[in-house]
Design a protein around this ligand. Structure first.
Ligand SMILES: Nc1nc2c(ncn2[C@@H]2O[C@H](COP(=O)(O)OP(=O)(O)OP(=O)(O)O)[C@@H](O)[C@H]2O)c(=O)[nH]1
Ligand SMILES: [Mg+2]
Length: 306
């Protein structure tokens, strides 16, 4: 390969919920484009982040975690993840070093075998290596490669950055030759309105307990750039019950206020100008069954059927 040859392609990051897919995407891109929380099922749609490595352009596709779906939303999320894998040039399976070959990972491998990969390389990234001792990693690498014929294994810590550069360089060489797919300075392929909604959803998820985050969604309804260079963003938080509205608002609206402040700070950093953020909580018992809500998240409503 000579240095002039440009390459570009898609890398799908798949794995169980919480494996660290979004953390890895953000690290590869060098900016936070996909939200991260300690809770499972944070990412709901396919989110693309763009990274350059030499003359190669890597379009990372963050996907929702793969798990056994129960609700319509779950099914649409899992379908989105498999579609992300099917559309990619290379698939990277992320697993957690301290959890190893879990039942969930086993199910994903079975899914890969069942669907076939049409000759596309599948790499294994054992993530969170900062959490385990080296001998355990060796054993896990061996066990995983006995179970599935991976095209490469990488030991990484998406959070700390260990091993990430090796993975990136390897991926760059695997991209098909061709022109870049995005301008060199673009880092994400996601409407700003959606990024803004995701940031607010992250702050809500971090603050609210138990099941609630899974039963709410955030949409950006208004985006108005003002003459002074600031932007007014209006968002709606949809919840399914009156009781949830109370919890999201908090005592005297304290929770929404704190969420709004945290989200605004991050939005200002991301956008590079001042933001006025207005949050409204709306009870909508049926939002989990509404096509419009799925559309707003970038999910295919019909994937939820079944
Ligand atoms: N110790 C450690 N924690 C990590 C590492 N990478 C990610 N995490 C943490 O793991 C949790 C989940 O990370 P995410 O990036 O949101 O995981 P995800 O795979 O995108 O999860 P879903 O979107 O729910 O499927 C977060 O608390 C991260 O901070 C790592 O290398 N080491
Ligand atoms: Mg994620």
């Amino acid at each position: 390969m000579n240095d002039q040859t440009t390459r570009a392609g898609f890398v799908a990051l798949i794995g169980e919920p919480n494996a660290g897919k979004s953390t890895l995407l953000n690290r590869m891109v060098g900016a936070k484009v996909s939200i991260v929380t300690h809770k499972v099922q944070t990412t709901r749609a396919r989110i693309r982040g763009v990274a350059m490595e030499g003359a190669s352009q890597l379009v990372f596709v963050d996907t929702p975690g793969l798990f056994r779906p129960r609700r319509k939303l779950d099914r649409a999320m899992v379908a989105a993840a498999w579609t992300g894998a099917a559309d990619a040039d290379v698939i990277v399976l992320l697993i957690e070093a301290h959890r190893g070959l879990t039942e969930g990972v086993e199910a994903i491998l079975a899914g890969l075998e069942e669907r076939g990969t049409a000759g596309r390389p599948v790499l294994l990234a054992i993530n969170k290596i900062d959490r385990v001792e080296a001998p355990k990693l060796l054993a896990l690498t061996q066990k995983m490669n006995e179970r599935y014929a991976f095209d490469g294994t990488f030991l990484i810590s998406a959070e700390k950055g260990h091993g990430v550069q090796d993975l990136r360089a390897d991926l760059a060489g695997r991209m098909p030759e061709g022109p870049w797919l995005y301008p060199e300075d673009q880092i994400a392929d996601l409407p700003l309105r959606m990024i803004a909604a995701e940031i607010t959803r992250e702050k809500l998820t971090l603050r609210l307990h138990q099941e609630l985050p899974y039963q709410l969604t955030v949409e950006t309804e208004g985006w108005e750039e003002r003459p002074d260079g600031s932007v007014r963003i209006d968002q709606v938080i949809y919840v399914i019950r009156d009781g949830h509205k109370g919890i999201v608002l908090g005592k005297k609206g304290e929770t929404t206020k704190a969420v709004g402040q945290a989200a605004r700070a991050e939005l200002e950093e991301f956008l590079g100008h001042r933001v006025h953020l207005f949050l409204q909580v709306r009870v909508r018992p049926g939002w989990l069954e509404e096509r419009e809500r799925f559309d707003a998240m970038g999910l295919d409503f019909s994937d939820g059927a079944g």
